[in-house]
Design a protein around this ligand. Structure first.
Ligand code: PRP
Ligand code: URA
Length: 209
């Protein structure tokens, strides 16, 4: 079964509390999402492979470690996932970026795909799927299915806030995908919004409502 990591770092919790506040405007919301995504990278990449290399310091020659293994690809789910890209790229600047466009039908809550462009060599990469909100889990699960249909297997999912229903669905449909979330909230409401959540992440990020 996959791993679920819930961050309890005070800096992340503090920043997330400001994001939840409905009085927080677009500019601050965007900056905070960027900062939290950057802080999450540290734990999300903890198990990346390293190899021993020899380095000559000004004092002596020493054996030390550098990243090895598969290169990284990051895949934001449009729109709101875009808000996490720069934070991740600031620590993994060589990562390639793919995009998956999905929106949730407000009636059925089912994801509707409108765009998919992945790096050409995606199947040779360690892929990090980004979306601030994991509500029913429909969007994340569908995005992961598309990516797998392209022959990719090494996938991890990073969300800001998850509902228990979303975690359960992704784990059931993709038991190989580890999930990293800054907070696990209580439940979904009758419209499929996370409670307490932060509202509509895409609208708050881009100021569309
Ligand atoms: C939001 C969010 C997720 C999805 C989560 O996107 O960014 O992609 O809903 O809900 P789910 O887990 O129930 O699928 P939305 O559909 O509002 O599209 P947007 O990012 O374009 O606003
Ligand atoms: N999408 C959002 O942006 N927020 C929610 O609470 C649920 C789905």
């Amino acid at each position: 079964m996959s791993k679920v990591v819930i961050f309890d770092h005070p800096l992340i919790q503090h920043k997330l509390s400001i994001m939840r506040d409905k009085k927080t405007g677009c500019k601050d919301f965007r900056e905070l999402l960027d900062e939290i995504a950057m802080l999450m990278v540290y734990e999300v990449t903890r198990d990346l492979q390293t190899e021993e290399v020899e380095v000559e310091t000004p004092i002596c020659t020493t054996k030390t470690k550098m990243l090895a293994g598969k290169p990284i690809g990051i895949i934001p789910i449009l729109r709101a996932g875009l808000g996490m890209v720069d934070g991740i790229l600031s620590l993994i600047p060589n990562a390639k970026v793919g995009h998956i466009g999905l929106y949730r039908d407000p009636e059925t809550l089912n994801p509707v795909e409108y765009y998919c462009k992945l790096p050409e060599d995606a199947e040779h990469r360690e892929l990090i799927v980004l979306d601030p909100m994991l509500a029913t889990g429909g969007s994340a699960s569908a995005a992961i299915t598309f990516i797998k249909q392209r022959g990719c297997n090494n996938i991890r999912l990073v969300n800001l806030i998850a509902a228990p229903e979303g975690i359960e669905r992704v784990r059931a449909e993709h038991p190989d995908v580890d999930i990293y979330v800054a907070a696990l909230d209580e439940k979904l409401n009758e419209h499929g919004y996370i409670v307490p959540g932060l509202g509509d992440a895409g609208d708050r990020l881009f100021g569309t409502k």
